[in-house]
Ligand binder design. Structure first.
Ligand code: GDP
Ligand code: IMO
Ligand code: MG
Length: 427
């Protein structure tokens, strides 16, 4: 603190939302810096369950300014729906701020995302079909429409005309599917403009001012390290950088402003969508995690693929993010297992020559063929969801946490044993 980045260390859904919610209590600002409504961040408090896709997880505290930074791609329809839900549940969102430099997800992005996945067939990425990839593509191609364009209807119309002409050609001629109606889109987006205008702000400046006042600012990562477009399991990744460095780009602050980087790590591993996953478990054990951990996607409802904790991946996350602390989540889900395995190394058989990888392999063709070398630890039987002090955890659970912290070379600073706000073990 005062500037802390919170990131996922695996393939997303590590429990970032609940960790942010906890840290936000003592913060003044929470900033989402990348991704879009492909994210699904769950918070459980005394009012029940909240699932945020685009609104920062700090919104539930009236004293927190919730910022959607320039690095985010915003579907205004989804944002308006989330605001409606908050209003219906009596949560104020006067403290929401939206960067004018953030890019908008347009209806044709969503159609293109689906059309591309269909065209890929068996080679599909398994995206959330929320238009994330096509929106970031347009940002890089300088064909994007930004939040600030909502403020000037004439500019919005001009930009839409150019973009829709090109996108309808692509949809109709390349993908053989219907395009969008430009007048309908214009009308829809003019309505979103009226609704969202009051929240549009120079968010980089707001963050800078907060930091200068000595306030605590949290940067909320979406997705996880292995879904990073540069460093993840490409092409089975998302289209942004979920690693900590992106907080500077996507928030508009310099790297010297960041003090801490908290890596959120599930006590085991999950993944949604396609792509390699060395410690994946199928059969009964996989089902244990799915059922006990309720591992179904927050955004798409898809069953998550589950497996053992992978320390090669965790160490990669330590390196890429410069982690200063770890938050271990869902430790309670491991209760009841006789043995707990962790992957400490990969074996790679290359034309009969065996190589070992302690560090994450540099090429995906290697990673794809890696076999996990598992280390076995004794499990524990007791239900630990009521434990609030480290000393009260079974010795096997403490040993497990110690192993993680030692192997990662980073202290475990938070441990969660249930989805609820108070279900945290004091470390
Ligand atoms: P995020 O995308 O990283 O914010 O994570 P998600 O919200 O998609 O998925 C995490 C899921 O696990 C949510 O349903 C949380 O309510 C739940 N959860 C978080 N922490 C814990 C925990 O310590 N124990 C259990 N059993 N569930 C948890
Ligand atoms: P949170 O923030 C888990 C995955 C998708 C797919 C790949 C690309 O809740 O951790 P995209 O729609 O981004 O083009 O899909 O990335 N994915 C996530 N998996 N948690 C997420 O977010 C994800 N966001 C995207 O399943 O494999
Ligand atoms: Mg999620």
């Amino acid at each position: 603190m005062p500037a802390t980045v919170v990131v996922g260390t695996q393939w997303g859904d590590e429990g970032k939302g609940r960790i942010i919610d906890n840290l936000a209590e003592k913060s003044q600002m929470v900033v989402r810096f990348q991704g879009g409504n492909n994210a699904g961040h769950t918070i459980v408090n005394e009012q029940g369950e909240f699932k945020f896709h685009i609104i920062p997880s700090g919104i539930l505290y009236p004293h927190v300014t919730a910022v959607i930074g320039n690095g985010v791609v915003v579907d205004p329809r989804v944002l308006c729906e989330e605001l409606d839900t908050l209003r219906d549940r009596g949560v104020s969102f006067d403290n929401l701020r939206l960067s004018g430099n953030a890019h908008l997800i347009m209806p044709y992005h969503i159609l293109l995302d689906s059309a591309h996945e269909t065209q890929l067939g068996k080679r599909k990425i398994g995206t959330t079909k929320r238009g994330i990839g096509p929106a970031y593509t347009d940002k890089a191609a300088r064909l994007g429409i930004r939040v600030q364009d909502l403020l000037d209807k004439k500019i919005l119309r001009q930009k839409l005309d150019t973009a829709i002409g090109e996108k309808n050609d692509l949809l109709e001629k390349v993908y053989n599917s219907p395009g969008v109606d430009r007048f309908e889109v214009m009308e829809q987006y003019a309505e979103y403009a009226d609704r969202l205008s009051p929240y549009i702000a120079d968010t980089s400046l707001l963050i800078d001012k907060a930091l200068k006042r000595g306030e605590e600012v949290l940067f909320e990562g979406a997705q996880g390290c292995l879904l990073d477009i540069d460093h993840g399991t490409y092409p089975f990744v998302t289209s942004s950088n979920p690693i900590a460095g992106a907080a500077c780009v996507g928030g508009g602050v310099g790297p010297t402003k960041i003090n801490d980087v908290m890596g959120v790590c599930k006590a085991y591993t999950t993944r949604v969508g396609e792509g390699p996953f060395p410690t994946e478990l199928t059969g009964e054990l996989g089902d244990h995690f799915v059922n006990k951990g309720m591992e179904y996607g927050t955004t798409t409802g898809r069953k998550r693929r589950c497996g053992w904790l992978d320390l090669v991946i965790l160490n990669y996350a330590v390196r890429l993010n410069g982690l200063t602390g770890l938050a271990i989540t869902k430790l309670d889900v491991l209760s009841g297992l006789d043995q707990i395995n962790v992957c400490s190394m990969y074996e790679y058989d290359h034309d009969g020559v065996q190589e070992n990888y302690i560090d994450f392999p540099p090429h995906q063709s290697i990673f794809y063929h890696c076999q996990p070398v598992l280390q076995s630890l004794p499990g524990w039987k007791a239900d630990i969801s009521g434990v609030r002090k480290l000393a009260d955890l079974p010795v096997e659970a403490r040993d497990y946490l110690e192993l993680i912290s030692e192997e990662a070379g980073v202290p475990v600073k938070m441990v969660s044993v249930g989805p609820g706000r108070d279900e945290l073990v004091e470390v």
